[in-house]
Design a protein around this ligand. Structure first.
Ligand code: ZN
Ligand code: ZN
Length: 359
């Protein structure tokens, strides 16, 4: 499977009129080789695929990479190993680098120590491949969703007035770990009362109060793959206004999740939810885009946003996360993870989307 990914990358590199590609993004390296360590360079030519890492990973890299790449353990500096490697590759002149993932310090190395090659910036060579998930990747995401939903249910069972948002995040993150999450997809967002109107609030020391909207946005990580889920609940009986706003967001979520199709643009997908919310008078309160791809990173290609004209493809897993944020009152977001298949969208998240009123 990983060999097929490298083969697909070689094709893309050839089409870009390059002889080789230097991959410096760790998630991209993990996707291509399976290596999950924090120090690596990967060089891919038409013939070779060589992973450079250091002594700390000697055992791990053999286990994870197998036949997907030739592994070299560099005793000092990975870059010191790159030049003799490239020199040994005859006919390699034009080498691409990942312009979004190379530090300026390392770019300077290319121009100085690597001056004998022609360095060309590339964009999204690996990310484009990563946007389409194979069955094994979808299975990892589904497991990360099950872990997240179990942890969320346990957290909601423990929610009560007087807890701080940070404490709630801690409870959730403990359950994520206990349920098998190897990390957190991102720092858990718990935003209560008026703070729920901040779309990307971090959990803070505010005390939960009866009557609060509580917005929880978080994700689990299983075998490197992320889930990303948001639910907004009420601590106690909901007011009519809370029901109304939650209902609009839930309907917008359902409309978008049910409508997104292979071949639709990111822009058109975004518009489904946006037009629904706009028609109910809250267009200005939905200030972010509808969603994003998830996978080895919690934000990756494709984007479902007003500016995206690229068509969606089968195998993409995207979030659908409309929201309404009313300053000084509060906010509601409902986020699901959706797989696009040739026969239509499949919503992978199953946690209830009705407004939960916690007693
Ligand atoms: Zn999220
Ligand atoms: Zn998200």
């Amino acid at each position: 499977m990983r060999r097929a990914r490298v083969t697909a990358l070689r094709e893309a590199v050839g089409k870009a009129d390059l002889d080789a590609l230097l991959v410096t993004s760790l998630p991209n390296i993990r996707y291509l080789t399976g290596f999950s360590g924090s120090s690596a360079l990967l060089a891919v030519s038409a013939r070779d695929c060589v992973l450079l890492t250091d002594f700390r990973y000697a055992t791990q890299v053999e286990e994870e990479v197998g036949a997907a790449a030739t592994v070299r353990i560099e005793p000092s500096n990975l870059w010191a190993g790159l030049w003799p490697l490239l020199t040994s590759w005859s006919g390699v002149e034009r080498v691409g680098f990942e312009s979004a993932h190379l530090l300026h310090r390392d770019f300077t190395r290319l121009l100085e120590q690597g001056a004998r090659w022609q360095w060309r910036p590339t964009v999204d060579q690996v990310e484009t491949l990563r946007a389409i998930k194979d069955d094994s990747e979808v299975a990892c995401i589904e497991r990360a969703i099950v872990v997240a939903e179990t942890a969320l249910q346990r957290t909601l069972d423990a929610l009560h007035p007087g807890l701080t948002e940070t404490a709630v995040a801690g409870i959730l993150e403990r359950h994520l770990r206990e349920c098998g999450s190897e990390a957190f997809a991102f720092p858990t967002i718990v935003a209560s009362g008026p703070r729920s109107a901040l779309p990307h609030a971090r959990a803070a020391d505010r005390l939960l109060q009866r009557g609060d909207l509580v917005l929880i946005d978080f994700g689990a990580v299983v075998d490197g793959y992320c889930s990303d889920i948001t639910r907004t609940v009420v601590l106690g009986p909901a007011t009519a206004r809370q029901r109304e706003i939650h209902g609009i967001v839930a309907e917008a979520n359902a409309a978008a999740s049910g409508a997104i199709r292979v071949g639709m643009t990111g822009m058109a997908a975004d518009a489904v939810a946006r037009e629904y919310i706009d028609a109910r008078g809250h267009g200005a309160a939905f200030g972010h885009s509808l969603g994003h791809g998830i996978g080895l990173e919690v934000h990756e290609a494709p984007r479902l946003a007003r500016t995206v004209e690229a068509p969606l493809a089968a195998g993409m897993v995207v979030t659908v996360e409309p929201g309404i944020y009313l300053p000084d009152w509060g906010g509601v977001r409902i986020e699901d993870d959706v797989l696009l298949t040739a026969s239509g969208p499949r919503v992978l998240t199953g946690f209830p989307r009705t407004l939960l009123e916690l007693s």
